[in-house]
Design a binder for this molecule. Structure first.
Ligand SMILES: [Fe+2]
Ligand SMILES: [Fe+2]
Length: 218
């Protein structure tokens, strides 16, 4: 899988996403995070591709580029919502320059375009391959790192006990809704359910710890 095209894509993704460093109050770490996330998504994509019989190189390249739209200077929430569609526009000439066929390029771009809100601004098909880009992204978004990040952003440690309980309860009901999210392949769906079940187990324990913190349980 260590092809020249993957290396060129990694370099292109890295240099485009480093532009994030100059945004508003973003720090260089924000760009690094996006790059690291893109590599994780590509690794998840490779796992799905191997299990499903997709072209691994094509999947890895599409996944590496899925958030390339973040290199656009976001001015609004609308820009953020468009980052998949922006990404497809940036990726298209690059993929063609790497020598991918027009057909492969369109399928990869379609996957990139729809990964945020399931909508593209050009014709395409929601093939299992195209859906894999967003599926790999979602699988990274619900892994251990984001579990930590969610608690960090909620400032969990500094919340009063009632608010901690409420946070754990709300997260548990969100997780039970998200468990039923549709995926493009059986492999991605199995991965997803494992991740959701892992987080559910964690938040159940967190909730019972919060309950036990109130006093002695008879
Ligand atoms: Fe994204
Ligand atoms: Fe992403």
């Amino acid at each position: 899988m260590d092809t020249e095209r993957i290396q060129k894509t990694s370099d292109f993704m890295r240099s485009e996403l480093m532009k994030l460093a100059s945004y508003g109050d973003n720090t260089p770490r924000m760009a690094e995070y996006r790059i690291e996330h893109s590599f994780r998504v590509a690794n998840i994509g490779a796992e799905i591709a191997s299990a499903e019989g997709f072209d691994v190189e094509k999947t890895v390249v599409a996944c590496l580029l899925h958030d390339i739209g973040y290199s656009v200077d976001f001015k609004s929430k609308e820009d953020y919502r468009n980052h998949g569609r922006y990404g497809a526009k940036i990726a298209r000439p690059f993929l063609l320059s790497l020598g991918f066929s027009a057909e492969d390029t369109e399928e990869m771009c379609y996957g990139i375009a729809i990964h945020v809100d399931d909508e593209a601004d050009f014709e395409g098909e929601r093939t299992p391959f195209a859906l894999t880009v967003g599926d790999a992204d979602n699988n990274d978004r619900f892994d251990a790192y984001r579990l930590y990040e969610g608690l960090h952003f909620a400032d969990y440690m500094n919340l009063p006990l009632d608010a901690q309980t409420e946070h754990a309860q709300k997260t548990l009901s969100k997780l039970s809704r998200l468990r039923e999210l549709p995926f493009g392949t059986k492999t991605a769906d199995t991965m997803w359910k494992e991740k959701i079940d892992y987080q559910t187990g964690f938040f159940r324990i967190l909730l019972s710890q919060a309950e036990a913190s109130r006093g002695l349980i008879r």
